[in-house]
Design a protein around this ligand. Structure first.
Ligand SMILES: [Zn+2]
Length: 477
């Protein structure tokens, strides 16, 4: 089998990016235009600012999310991508946001407001709210069932520690909220993050009637003292806003591509939508901008890859991957030809590696192909991460761009603080160049990065993540 050689410009970009140089020197084939003047990051940074600052929060199914989709469609056309279009899917309920108040009301009248945010897709209260005693119970259905008699009408406080991974937490929330509803609890207060952040109450697009909110960690001291004093009562008011009428709606995925010379496809994706209240600059306007920058670079180079390089900007990621789920269903007959999906959804820091998330076969192929450049390949992430999940459940190799997420999760993730401040344009540009290089490498090889797996192999791959699969409500084919 012959192996098509990697274009010289790809090696140049890879080498420059891998060395941490933000503007690669233009050692490119003679006919190719220099990229240096356009790698200042102005193009991807403008996309981040425009999505995060000009449009702002982009809840799936909202007018803002559709405005973002329409405008990225325009930008893909302006880049000269082929087959640019939007694919629309239904959203059962468009849960647009909530105003949340939690006030401690001891009998001595010294009311104290606690910082809290409603979980997305959780229930609301009446306009006057609910005032009730606070009862502490862990986020565990068995313990909730044992304490059921004391929970009727109560505001239930589930302190940390509770499951640390999103998949396990969603799974625990699903089972606990059912048990709390059976017990007749009025609301759920979750122990908090240092700054409360929006997480999903449900992950398949349906709403859960139980009001549920996350507290700020600092404010839990006040709550703990009230509980110690044996006089913990709170007033909770959650005003949920949904799209009217009927709460239903639709959302769009945006697609554009660089056609290849064979039937096969390499897919790169990021997501347009956000949780409510967060401008989502890092989650995931930066990913959208990196994908667009990679496609801009490939167009600038006039690439005709062996496999089609297709960019997809999903909506519905924050609602349980609704957009990528709809895409996998709509493109079922094409799935054999999609060799891999590359996801960019871990913030705006420099990409340090590519993770084949459990696919050891893909990891060894990619590591071999990228060896000359020094780009790292690992294979230790969750195969069901984000919009890769439904492709992985269909047996397709999923890649994740690995970025430093420590500040992302501590400070920005799912919070109003996720603005474009502090995002480096040159880092976005370097990430775009690296992604362009890796896409071309995967698209131009004779060999596929890895085969499409069958049902038993998929089960083995996702077995350690069983909680996530049940939470996705997915059937392995
Ligand atoms: Zn995201």
């Amino acid at each position: 089998m012959t192996i098509r050689s990697t274009p010289a410009w790809v090696l140049t970009l890879l080498a420059a990016v891998a060395c941490g140089t933000s503007a690669p020197s233009p050692v490119a084939p003679a006919a190719a235009p220099s990229l240096t003047p356009t790698l200042d990051g102005a193009y991807p940074m403008a996309i981040v600012k425009w999505l995060a600052a000009d449009i702002g929060p982009r809840v799936t199914g909202s007018a803002a999310c559709e405005r973002a989709a329409a405008a990225m469609d325009d930008r893909f056309r302006a880049l000269g991508l082929a087959h640019v279009h939007r694919e629309t899917f239904d959203v059962k309920s468009v849960w647009e946001g909530a105003t949340t108040e939690v006030v401690l009301v001891p009998r001595d009248g010294s009311a104290r407001a606690l910082r809290a945010v409603s979980l997305s897709r959780a229930g609301g209260t009446s306009a006057s709210g609910v005032e009730a005693p606070i009862v502490t119970v862990p986020l565990d259905p068995a313990r909730i069932a044992l304490a059921a008699a004391s929970l009727r009408g109560a505001i239930v406080y589930a302190a940390r520690p509770y499951p640390a991974t999103f998949g396990e937490l969603h799974d625990a929330l699903k089972r606990a909220s059912r048990a709390l509803r059976d017990a007749g609890a009025a609301a759920l207060l979750l122990g908090g993050a240092p700054e409360p952040k929006v997480i999903m109450m449900t992950s398949d697009g349906h709403d859960e009637p139980l009001p549920a909110m996350m507290l700020a960690r600092d404010d839990e001291g006040l709550l703990a003292r009230a509980i110690e004093a044996g006089d913990a009562r709170a007033r909770v008011r959650v005003d949920v806003s949904r799209a009217a009428p009927g709460h239903g709606g639709h959302a769009s995925n945006v697609i554009g591509e660089i056609p290849g010379t064979t039937r096969e496809i390499v897919l790169v994706h990021a997501h347009l939508d956000t949780v409510y209240g967060s401008p989502g600059a890092r989650d995931d306007a930066a990913g959208v901008a990196i994908v667009a920058e990679a496609m801009r670079i490939l167009r600038t180079r006039g690439e005709t890859p062996r496999r089609t390089i297709r960019a997809v900007l999903f909506s519905g990621e924050e609602d349980g991957y609704l957009g990528s789920r709809a895409y996998v269903v709509a493109h079922e007959r094409e799935l054999d030809d999609i060799t891999t999906t590359l996801e960019i959804d871990s913030g705006a820091e420099a990409i340090t590696a590519f993770d084949t998330t459990g696919r050891a076969d893909a990891a060894s192929a990619l590591a071999r192909w990228l060896a000359p450049s020094g780009v790292r390949v690992v294979s230790d992430g969750n195969p069901l991460h984000s919009d890769n999940a439904f492709f992985m459940l269909a047996g397709i190799v999923g890649l994740d761009a690995v970025q430093d997420t420590s500040a992302y999760f501590r400070t920005y993730h799912h919070r109003p603080s996720d603005t474009h401040d502090g995002i480096g344009p040159k880092t976005l540009a370097a990430n775009g160049a690296l992604v362009a290089s890796v896409l071309v490498t995967i698209a131009n090889r004779d060999a596929r990065i890895g085969p499409r797996l069958g049902p038993s192999e998929i089960r083995a791959l996702v077995a350690p993540y069983g909680a996530d699969v049940s939470n996705l409500g997915a059937e392995i084919p």
